[in-house]
Design a protein around this ligand. Structure first.
Ligand code: FMN
Ligand code: SF4
Ligand code: SF4
Ligand code: SF4
Length: 493
């Protein structure tokens, strides 16, 4: 779903320009919307270096997470001498809840194909590979249709637009491991090897697929390319901020009224996105935090709401742009549990190759477990921070280097909640079950028996029209009594 409302903060569709507007299975509709004009222009009017200069001048940075300047990456790959080079499109999209790249591939596959061919011309590659997770069957089907149509029209294959440029694209399927989105792991996976990252340098631009120079770009990065060629670097660079040009697609999710995909100019604030485009917090609740950057991004708080969305400002605030996941939390969320939730995802997804990530994250998770069970100490908080910093500094790849971010950012921004957990053993959001107790207020209880009848473990005793009571030794804290009592007699402490 793409949110398209008449908001004060205008959304601007560059990467999503054709999604929902053209029939993605009909190449003629893409052509009618200036499709393949950019490829024709670079092949017939521009030399490869001029093409790269346009992308460099536009200020486009990679939308896959790292924010590396795209034109510079193309230039490095161009300068790497080899018989064969490759253009790879990273369509792994492993962030849970994110679907920016899938939407582009399902809604406008030709924009990515056209951009890959342009990249091939710029860097001197004749082969393109799209690494896409097999869990995206519709995107795969539409890509296949689009690739076949592009071949029929002569936009892929040999002597494209009557020039001596040859380029074709094949698909490679991922099995859904988050780490396989990391470019070196992705390349190993495409080579039929275990999907494990390797140390950089060498970067793929120098030695990538089959040891050859390989330019890896994200789907959204590619989707911007044809428009930049058609409308010019200056036009693109006029959108956004000094260091972050153009727009960014986000998948808005969580406790927010309007969930879905948005595309906004870089530089809009988190407040504008959450309260204007997102329509504010669900059920009139209070905003508590927003997590940007996927599972290893940071949790930002109220004081960050006026932070402009840019690569560098998000990093300074303790989070990151990532590929565009944005999850909003309200007053009912416990930030220690949130940190544990994200950390457990990275523990699950760690490839296990290096010990800081494999063992360190597991130890972090155990410490958090101790804290949410009400058994944590002040020393544990210090240990959490120290270990997080060691994991960040010593892990081999970006997964481990960023995995402690949710822990560190919640320790920084929600320290009072951690302190409450370890000193007074209290979870203010009532989410850490070990610290929560259900009680019945005798002043309100009318003895209707609804709670007792719905308690799955018979923890509630009391006769009809008599005050009821909860046996704390039996209660498993399921919350059913709270939900069933119509007299506000059940409360949580
Ligand atoms: C653990 C991990 C997962 C990643 N997952 C993705 C992904 O799903 N899609 C993506 O484009 N980049 C992902 N990246 C970033 C890639 O390694 C790489 O930087 C990116 O594909 C380069 O393209 P760009 O310059 O256009 O952003 C991931 C990085 C890490 C460390
Ligand atoms: S940091 Fe984690 S995911 Fe990356 S190589 Fe080490 S163990 Fe594997
Ligand atoms: S449902 Fe509420 S009012 Fe009824 S017996 Fe239970 S606590 Fe008392
Ligand atoms: S919280 Fe669940 S288990 Fe405990 S008393 Fe209420 S209904 Fe029974």
């Amino acid at each position: 779903m793409i949110i398209n409302m008449n908001n004060k903060v205008k959304q601007l569709r560059i990467a999503l320009r054709n999604c929902g507007i053209i029939d993605p299975q009909n190449i003629e509709e893409y052509i009618a919307h200036d499709g393949y004009m950019a490829l024709a222009k670079v092949l017939t009017e521009l030399d490869p270096q001029t093409t790269i200069d346009i992308i460099k001048k536009s200020g486009l940075r990679g939308r896959g997470g790292g924010g590396f300047p795209t034109g510079l990456k193309w230039e490095i790959t161009r300068k790497s001498e080899a018989k064969q080079k490759y253009v790879v499109c990273n369509a792994d999209e492993g962030d849970p809840g994110a679907f920016m790249d899938r939407s582009i591939l399902e809604g406008d596959p030709h924009s990515v194909i056209e951009a890959m061919a342009i990249a091939g011309y710029a860097i001197g590659a004749s082969k393109g590979l799209v690494y896409i997770r097999a869990e995206y069957p519709l995107a795969i089907e539409r890509l296949k249709i689009a690739i076949n149509q592009a071949r029929e029209y002569g936009f892929l294959g040999e002597n494209i637009f009557g020039t001596n440029f040859n380029f074709d694209i094949e698909l490679r399927y991922g099995a859904g491991a988050f780490v396989c989105g990391e470019e070196t792991a992705l390349i190993h996976s495409m080579e039929g090897l275990r999907g494990e990252p390797t140390f950089k340098p060498p970067f793929p631009s120098v030695a990538g697929y089959k040891g050859m120079p390989t330019n890896v770009n994200n789907v959204e990065t590619f989707a911007n390319i044809p428009v930049i060629i058609n409308k010019g670097a200056e036009w693109f660079a006029s959108i956004g901020t000094e260091k972050s040009k153009g727009t960014k697609v986000f998948a808005l999710a969580g406790k927010i009224n309007n969930v879905g995909l948005i595309e906004v100019p870089m530089g809009v604030t988190l407040r504008e996105v959450i309260f204007e485009i997102g329509g504010g917090i669900k059920n009139g609740k209070k905003f508590k935090a927003v997590q940007t950057g996927g599972p290893s991004g940071g949790c930002l708080t109220e004081k960050h709401l006026d932070t402009p969305i840019e690569y560098d400002t998000l990093l300074e605030a303790g989070s990151m742009m990532g590929s565009g996941g944005m999850i909003v939390m309200d007053e009912d969320d416990c930030m220690v549990s949130v940190a544990k939730f994200y950390l457990d995802f990275t523990v699950e997804e760690s490839c296990g190759k290096c010990s800081p990530c494999r063992i360190g994250n597991k130890r972090l998770s155990e410490l958090l477990d101790k804290i949410v069970k009400g058994e944590g100490t002040l020393e544990d908080l210090e240990l959490l921070r120290n270990l997080s910093n060691v994991i960040k500094d010593t892990s081999l790849c970006g997964l481990g280097q960023t995995s402690p971010n949710p822990v560190l950012s919640t320790l920084d921004n929600f320290n009072d909640e951690y302190l409450e957990h370890v000193t007074v053993h209290k979870c203010r959001a009532g989410q850490c079950k070990s610290m929560v107790h259900y009680y019945i207020n005798p002043d309100n209880c009318v003895g209707c028996t609804a709670c007792a009848r719905n308690c799955p473990v018979n923890a509630i005793k009391g006769e009809r029209k008599q005050i009821h009571e909860i046996n704390q030794d039996i209660c498993i804290k399921c919350g059913a009594c709270l939900e069933k009592c119509k007299f506000n007699a059940v409360y949580v402490k």
